[in-house]
Design a protein around this ligand. Structure first.
Ligand code: FAD
Length: 505
C-alpha cells in the first residue's frame, strides 16, 4: 500500500493521537461537517490493555448525540441490566461484607436525569466503535514528530512506521497524544502535580468456571478486602475473561497466577493474558493551548482511575474543542471563542483530579481487616464496622453524578451569568429525549411566541449561526449550545448569541 498517498498535504484540523479522545474529536468535527486527519501510530486497538471500563452517563449522552450509543451498548459484553452493584468480599469465593448499588449511573435507565445510563464496557471496544465512525479521518501507522506554528496555521511533521516523513499543513491542531504528548512539549506546556507512592499491578486473565463458583452474583466490581492480598476484580465479558488491580504490588515482586488465586481465595484454574504495572498520577497541564494548538484528554490531564473519570473527562474535552473549532472554521464565530476552551475545561479537570485522588485515599488495603479472615464469629464481629467504613468512604466513588452530569460552565465568559449548566434533561415522549430535538449547532428552546424568540432568530441570521428552534409552549426561552449546555435563558436576549460565540472579547 502506498502510505504516502494516504496523507493529504493540508487539512483544517490535524489531531495528534487516535486514542478515544482524538477519535472523539474527529467525530465531533465531522458532526459539524469539518474534515480532520487523525495521526495514530497504533494499527489496531489494544484488547489486552482494557483500561477504562466505565463509559459515564454523560459520555453515553454524547455518543447518543453522534448516533453511536446504541452500537456501543449492543456490543458491550455486560448489558447495562446485568448489574449496577459493587460487592465487597473477603475473596471472590469467600464471604460478602457489603454491597453498593446504583454505581456509575448504570441505574439511570429511563430516568429523567439523563438521556442515557452509564455503560460498563472495555475502552478498546469504545475505541473500535469510534475508529469505525472516524474511519475517513484516521491514518494509522503514522505519528507526529514535531510541529511549527505561525500566525496562519501549523506545519506538522509526521513520520510513518517505515520511516517516511511528511509535512501536513493544518489550520488547527488538537493534541490528543496521551501522557507523553509531543504536542504538549511543542507548545511549551508542562504537567503540574504529583504521583501516588503506591505501585499497582493490572492483570487480564482467563478463569474458566470461576463465575459459576462465585457466591456473590453479578457485580461490576468485586473489592477483595483480604489484608494479605487486597484488590479489585471485574469481568470483561460473561465468558471467562476478567481484569484485576492488585494494589500495592511492585512489578518485580508480582507472581500474576498467585495474585489471582489469592484474590479468588482458592487455587483456581487461571491463564494470564496480560499484565500492566502502573502508578496513579494527578497531573494537569499548566496551560491547554497556544494560538492554534489545543491539548485534550490525557495530554492535558491525568487522574487516578477510581470513580472512572479519566477517559470520560477527555470525551468532554473533545466535544468542547470540537464544536468551537467547527464554529470558527465555518466562519460563524471569531477565533476569540477558542480561548474559552481552557477557561471551561481546565477547572473541570482540576475538580476531577481532586475527586479521584480523594477516592484513592481509601482503597482495599485501608478497608481490609485481619479479623475478616477469621472464623465466622470473628467475621461477624468486625463486619458491621467494615461495612460502615466502606459506605462512608466509597459512596462518592460510585455515586458522582454531581461531577459526571452536574459539571457546569457557570462563570465562563461565553455564558450568561445564570447559565452554563447542562440542559436539564427530560423525556418529552416515550423513548424521545429532549436532547434528540436539539440541532447539531445552537438551539433555541421555549415558547417561540415570546418576543425574545424573534430577536434571537434574527441575531442568528445576521451572524450566520445555524439555529434549530424547538417550540415548547408556555416555557421560558433557553439558548442551548452545541454541547447541550445552556448559554442563556430569560426574556431579553440582546447580545446573548454574540456572547455565546466569544465576540467582543
Ligand atoms: C491501568 C489504567 C486503568 C484505567 N482505568 C480507567 C477507568 O476505569 N476509567 C477511565 O475513565 N479511565 C481509565 N483510565 C484512563 C484512560 O485509559 C485514559 O484517560 C484514556 O485512555 C485517555 O484517552 P486519550 O485519548 O486522551 O489518551 P490515550 O488513550 O493515551 O491515547 C493517546 C493516543 O496517542 C497516540 N500517540 C502517542 N504519541 C503520539 C504521537 N507522537 N503522534 C501521534 N499519536 C501519538 C497513542 O498511540 C494513543 O493511541 C485508565 C488508564 C490506565 C492506564
Amino acid at each position: 500500500m502506498d502510505l504516502v498517498a494516504q496523507v493529504p498535504d493540508s487539512v483544517p484540523v490535524l489531531i495528534a493521537g487516535g486514542g478515544p479522545v482524538g477519535l472523539a474529536t474527529a467525530v465531533e468535527l465531522a458532526h459539524h461537517g469539518v474534515r480532520s486527519l487523525v495521526v495514530e501510530p497504533r494499527e489496531s486497538v489494544s484488547w489486552l490493555r482494557p483500561r477504562a471500563k466505565t463509559t459515564s452517563a454523560r459520555s453515553m449522552e454524547l455518543l447518543r448525540r453522534w448516533g453511536l450509543a446504541e452500537t456501543v451498548r449492543a456490543r458491550a459484553p455486560l448489558a447495562v441490566s446485568w448489574s449496577d452493584e459493587a460487592v465487597f468480599v473477603t475473596s471472590l469465593l469467600g464471604r460478602e461484607i457489603t454491597r453498593i448499588g446504583g454505581c456509575f449511573g448504570l441505574d439511570l435507565v429511563g430516568s429523567d436525569l439523563a438521556a442515557e445510563p452509564g455503560q460498563q464496557v472495555p475502552q478498546p471496544l469504545v475505541e473500535e466503535v469510534l475508529r469505525e465512525a472516524a474511519a475517513d479521518a484516521l491514518r494509522t501507522g503514522w505519528e507526529v514528530a514535531g510541529l511549527r506554528e505561525d500566525p496562519d496555521g501549523v506545519s506538522v511533521r509526521i513520520v510513518s512506521a517505515g520511516g517516511e516523513e511528511r509535512e501536513v499543513r493544518a489550520q488547527y491542531v488538537v493534541g490528543c497524544d496521551g501522557p507523553r504528548s509531543v504536542t504538549r512539549a511543542a507548545i511549551g506546556a508542562r504537567y503540574e502535580g504529583r504521583q501516588d507512592a503506591r505501585p499497582n499491578f493490572n492483570i487480564v486473565f482467563r478463569a474458566p468456571g470461576l463465575a459459576e463458583r462465585m457466591p456473590h452474583g453479578p457485580a461490576v466490581h468485586y473489592w477483595v478486602l483480604n489484608p494479605a492480598q487486597p484488590g479489585l476484580v471485574g469481568r470483561l465479558d460473561l465468558k471467562e475473561t476478567w481484569w484485576c488491580i492488585a494494589q500495592g504490588v511492585r512489578a518485580e515482586d508480582a507472581d500474576p497466577v498467585r495474585l489471582v488465586r489469592n484474590l479468588a481465595g482458592a487455587d483456581i484454574e487461571v491463564e494470564i493474558l496480560a499484565t500492566d504495572p502502573w502508578t496513579a498520577r494527578m497531573l494537569l497541564a499548566d496551560r491547554y493551548s497556544s494560538e492554534r494548538v489545543f491539548l485534550a484528554g490525557d495530554a492535558a490531564h491525568q487522574n487516578p482511575p477510581y470513580g472512572g473519570h479519566g477517559f470520560n473527562t477527555g470525551i468532554g474535552d473533545a466535544v468542547n474543542i470540537g464544536w468551537k473549532l467547527a464554529a470558527v472554521l465555518h466562519g460563524w464565530a471569531p477565533a476569540t471563542l477558542l480561548a474559552s476552551y481552557e477557561t471551561e475545561r481546565r477547572p473541570i479537570a482540576a475538580d476531577t483530579i481532586e475527586a479521584a485522588a480523594a477516592n484513592m485515599a481509601t482503597l482495599a488495603p485501608e478497608l481490609a481487616d485481619p479479623a475478616l479472615m477469621g472464623d465466622e464469629a470473628a467475621f461477624e464481629r468486625v463486619r458491621p464496622a467494615v461495612a460502615e467504613a466502606v459506605l462512608r468512604t466509597k459512596d462518592s466513588e460510585f455515586h458522582s453524578l454531581d461531577l459526571v452530569l452536574g459539571y457546569t460552565y457557570a462563570g465562563s465568559p461565553i455564558v450568561a451569568p445564570d447559565a452554563g449548566e447542562r440542559l436539564p434533561h427530560r423525556w418529552p415522549a416515550p423513548g424521545e429525549s429532549l436532547y434528540d430535538r436539539l440541532g447539531p449547532d445552537f438551539s433555541l428552546l421555549g415558547d417561540l411566541s415570546l418576543p425574545g424568540a424573534g430577536v434571537l432568530v434574527e441575531q442568528a441570521r445576521e451572524l450566520g449561526v445555524p439555529l434549530r428552534t424547538v417550540d415548547l409552549p408556555g416555557e421560558p426561552l433557553t439558548l442551548v449550545r452545541p454541547d447541550q449546555h445552556v448559554a442563556w435563558r430569560g426574556d431579553d436576549p440582546s447580545g446573548a448569541l454574540r456572547q455565546a460565540l466569544g465576540h467582543d472579547r
